[in-house]
Design a binder for this molecule. Sequence first.
Ligand code: UDP
Length: 324
Amino acid sequence: MKLLLTGGAGYIGSHTYRLLKAQGHTVKVYDNLSNGHAEAVETDDLIVGSIQHTGTLKTLLETYKPDVVIHFAAFIEVGVSVKKPFEFFANNTEGTLALTKAMLDCGVNKLIFSSTAAVYGYPETTPIRETAKKSPVNPYGTSKLMVEELLESLSQWAGLKYTAIRYFNAAGASEDASIGEAHNPETHLIPLILKTATGERKSISIFGTDFPTPDGTAIRDYIHVDDLARAHMLAADYLADGGKSDVFNCGYSEGYSVREVIEAAKKVTGKDFPVEETERRDGDPAILIADSSKIKQTLGWQPVHNDLEYIIKTAYKWEQNRKY
Ligand code: UDP
């Protein structure tokens, strides 16, 4: 298959790129490198550009004619989205509108979209099924939900075929630690804990100890990035085989509290480090756990690395040997 990965030099994109290449697919990456890293992909496969540059994108789509586009390129910082909502709607929502328009104009009609558990806001049930109420509590989640609705409408009226994958908490790094998570600034729990273990940071803060959970800290469904990457590959096969447009949750259906993650990291790293208890972060739900039955049934996806210690071990190795 020929695939185009927007944002393919970013965290989840680069792991998906590696997997697709290893399976023998032809893969090109379109990334403006605002958050992606050129080192994460082969130079010959990288085209530097923004999804808002319709002209460049169209030329690429016309000449390359990918069978499937996987669209990772987006702003992801919830905290920034609250302060700069227009930037999120412009890049995430308008950017996807421009991409789908360019695709359909060029006769490319299969798209896999990076969505998020943030579309559920504060969920009323756990684990969360795809049919649960969508009620985002920040512009990031809203920008992604708007895209899902846009894609559904385009699939009904404009011939688009899409799958949206709602990610839970992506974590970990490739087994050989050659690629991994590198956000700037970093806000995610596991890399921040590991930067504390390596001494790069002085302490890790627990955001809220009064959640209605057994130990009072928030529970998340951490999924190894390579399992998430495989979900994209299966989604591409599914669309190429004529599968119908659909939306899938992707997580392990298992949750760990912030305290449990910190304890697991202390065990894996063999390091003790200071932990502070602070106020809740705005917009954090108590529990986010995926019901992943649908992706298992429809795409045949199965977790392989559903082991918190493996996730932390790979992330730690990456953190100690980071190349970017
Ligand atoms: N968290 C924390 N301290 C940190 C960073 C995150 O306690 O320094 C908590 C956060 O409030 C959430 C969980 O860890 O409950 C996972 O946060 P992350 O930002 O990694 O992912 P999110 O669930 O927000 O997508």
